[in-house]
Design a protein around this ligand. Structure first.
Ligand SMILES: NC(=O)c1ccc[n+]([C@@H]2O[C@H](COP(=O)([O-])OP(=O)(O)OC[C@H]3O[C@@H](n4cnc5c(N)ncnc54)[C@H](O)[C@@H]3O)[C@@H](O)[C@H]2O)c1
Length: 458
């Protein structure tokens, strides 16, 4: 089928590439000229595992093109809107990019279009879209509006898109449902050629859940808010563990073994970040407020998350005493591993707080340094974790990249001024760290010193 995707960010680019991979003819538009030029020249504007290879393959096969939004509107009968919905200062989602696209479709399209919200939007946005398509239509446009929220995770977006647990479509006509079923058929039946695995471990047919538009919109916000709640919950448990002398990793393990709870999203740390959870929780609070429902539970989730940065800085302060003039290595800048995305990354907030107290930051991240430099230029960036740690009083692990879990601790011990690791993700092996002479401090009452390790060994 001929499909259009508007917005070539993490979601749009993955959507366009994967829909082309499963056999569709896709036109993807991007309004940022620099990004568009890169894409047209085969240069990736973002880092996402496997995505570059998929794009290369489908472009060579002639199934993916990049261009303007006007061209995208003319191309496909089905249009996926994948533009950003960032937070406004009051927490509402900024829907100006969505509105702009709706207006352009109304003015330029003729005949039938299925307009699909893939961006995360507040409930009832579908109704507004319908109204605006109708109000601004100049060419006798006939349309359906559907919601098809995206559940991919940055870092595993290609895998998540091709092997989802569920595909949710919110529709108000059988024509829209039929079109969406046809588009997703290769993924529903898992019958496409997988670009990642020759033998797919995740080749399980996803549930294709059909709802009304408002329910589909709500599923996305409710899912993200629920996951954020799990993270804030375990972070509060971590605070409690610190005070009573319990080990949060054991508590989380014990909780997670209950299948009603599950172990995912029970990792304590410096808080959630990225372009989804922080803004989606805020937007969901505002949606509930406007509907007259007091969702104060989510206000606590947000408050707990905001306190994580200060709580971590306090841990650093406790160890280093005076921060002014101290050299601190920050390992990891992206909001999570396997992405270069630093939007709402807690690492950046922590760096700003430490700098405000006079600390000098030496940073390293495998993929996110280019984007971080634009946000915080007054940091010394290094090309590897060892250089970043040279002469420092502490190494802070803020993003749990695999590469950073596997460093050569004995080499590192010869480079630092003081052998102190503060693990903001509880991701490192305490044993490896302390056996090489480091003092280890984690989140939630976890710490170990080389002396204790030695005493235990004898
Ligand atoms: N990033 C994620 O992990 C994720 C996961 C699920 C859902 N979402 C949701 O998907 C949406 C997009 O997120 P993202 O991370 O891809 O954002 P992004 O900022 O990476 O991408 C959005 C892109 O749309 C482009 N754009 C804006 N207006 C345009 C227009 N009129 N025509 C063409 N391009 C236009 C922007 O320049 C940008 O490149 C958001 O609503 C987000 O909440 C994101």
């Amino acid at each position: 089928m001929k499909l259009s995707v508007i917005g070539a960010g993490y979601v749009g680019l993955t959507t366009a590439a994967c829909l082309a991979q499963v056999g569709h003819d896709v036109f993807c538009s991007e309004s940022d000229f620099e990004k568009l030029t890169k894409l047209q020249n085969g240069v990736m504007p973002l880092f996402e595992p496997y995505l570059e290879d998929v794009i290369k393959t489908v472009r060579e096969a002639g199934r993916l093109r990049f261009g303007s939004t006007e061209e995208a509107i003319a191309w496909g009968e089905t249009i996926f809107i994948c533009v950003g919905t960032p937070p406004l200062s009051n927490g509402d989602a900024d829907l100006s990019a969505i509105e702009g696209v709706a207006r352009a479709i109304a003015k330029r399209a003729s005949g039938y279009r299925l307009v699909i919200e893939k961006s995360t939007v507040p409930v009832q946005t579908g109704g507004q879209l319908r109204k605006h398509l109708s109000v601004h239509s100049t060419n006798g446009l006939k349309y359906d509006v559907a919601s098809n929220p995206e559940f991919l995770r940055e870092g595993t977006s290609v895998e998540d898109f091709l092997h989802p647990d569920r595909i949710v479509v919110g529709v108000d006509s059988s024509r829209a449902e039929d079109l969406l079923r046809e588009i997703y058929e290769p993924i529903i039946s898992q019958s496409f050629t997988c670009p990642i695995h020759s033998h797919c471990a995740r080749r399980k047919e996803p549930v294709f859940l059909v709802t009304d538009t408002s329910s589909a919109e709500l599923i996305k916000h409710a899912s993200n808010s629920f996951l954020a709640m799990k993270i804030s919950f375990i972070n509060m448990v971590a605070n409690l563990c610190e005070v009573v002398g319990a080990d949060v990793t054991k508590v989380a393990q014990g909780m997670g073994l209950d299948p009603r709870i599950g172990s995912s999203f029970l990792n304590p740390g410096i808080g959630f970040g990225g372009f989804c959870f922080p803004k989606d929780v805020q937007a969901f609070i505002r949606i509930a407020e406007k509907a007259g429902c007091d969702f104060s539970l989510l206000k606590e989730v947000e408050k707990i998350n905001q306190q994580r940065v200060e709580h971590f800085v306090e841990q650093v302060r406790e160890e280093l005493w005076v921060l002014r003039g101290k050299k601190i290595a920050v390992w990891g800048l992206a909001f999570k591993p396997n992405t270069d995305d630093v939007r709402f990354a807690p690492a950046l907030s922590i760096i700003r707080r430490l700098q405000a107290e006079g600390a000098q930051i030496q940073a390293y991240d495998p993929e996110a340094m280019e984007k971080a430099k634009k946000e915080i230029p007054d940091v010394t960036y290094w090309g590897d974790p060892y250089e970043a740690a040279k002469g420092t009083d502490a190494v802070l692990l803020l993003t749990e990249w695999e590469e950073l879990r596997k460093v050569d601790w004995s080499r590192l011990a010869t480079l630092v001024e003081r052998p102190l690791i503060i693990d903001g993700r509880n991701a490192l092996s305490r044993e490896d760290v302390v056996s090489n002479g480091f003092h280890y401090i984690g989140i939630g009452g976890i710490s170990a010193t080389p002396q204790v390790a030695q005493a235990l060994a004898t």
